[in-house]
Design a protein. Structure first.
Length: 226
């Protein structure tokens, strides 16, 4: 009898379980959506592809500080990278990057496993994207930021997606469904000065193919095709 009642009880539905999974998660310290490092000291390594972009991104480096090679942005002000290539922030006058973030791979999923319950749930948009991401932040970053702690955010809210190059980027991929997915080797929500980390983060994407963008500030970041 108890088994039948449990099966009929709407509180055991997948949606209810998603809500429980979210509600039972211990809150963690919030990380700013924007780049926590001061933009007065750092700039993305990007080479404008048009005069308009050159005007818009006049304070952005045009060459890779390490290699001297030209790098390019699309019309959405995203530096174009291949999977496995790092996006970099370099201090003015420096030859080594102070921050690096790399999307190594993107796996497209129809469902994920609901954390704490073991059953499958569907994305709220179209597909789940399971990203393998690494990042590192130089210890020297603490010396040039006004905040007490130098951090770069790496949670799902720091990422966006687009359907392809030069297309509008969509954010808000950190849905309840994505947050509720059980992710092995989950990526930390931020990287601190002197640290290097790698792990998985899941996004709830409206596009099965396209580009993943790392852009916490929503003002220009890096993009990887998947």
């Amino acid at each position: 009898m108890n088994t039948l009642n449990e099966q009929k009880n709407p509180s055991n539905s997948p949606k209810r379980k998603v809500a429980l999974a979210v509600g039972s998660t211990i809150a963690v310290a919030a990380v700013s959506v924007g780049l926590i490092m001061s933009t007065n000291y750092y700039s993305a390594q990007a080479g404008p592809t048009s005069q308009k972009l050159q005007d818009d991104l006049a304070d952005v480096a045009k060459t890779d500080a390490e290699t001297g090679e030209d790098v390019h942005v699309d019309t959405q002000a995203q530096v174009i990278k291949n999977l496995g290539q790092a996006g970099k922030l370099t201090m003015d006058g420096a030859t080594k990057p102070s921050f690096e973030v790399t999307v190594h791979s993107v796996k497209v999923l129809d469902t994920c496993t609901l954390r704490g319950f073991g059953e499958k749930i569907a994305p709220e948009h179209k597909k789940f994207l399971l990203l393998d991401v690494s990042a590192k932040l130089a210890e020297s970053a603490e010396k040039v930021v006004k905040e007490d702690i130098a951090l770069m955010p790496l949670d799902a809210s720091a990422f966006g997606v687009s359907p392809g190059e030069n297309r509008t980027v969509v954010y808000d991929l950190n849905t309840v469904a994505a947050f509720s997915c059980d992710v092995d080797d989950a990526l930390d929500i931020a990287v601190g000065a002197g640290d290097e980390i790698r792990g998985k983060v899941i996004l709830d994407s409206p596009y099965a193919t396209g580009e993943v963008v790392y852009d916490p500030d929503k003002t220009g970041g890096w993009t990887w095709s998947y």
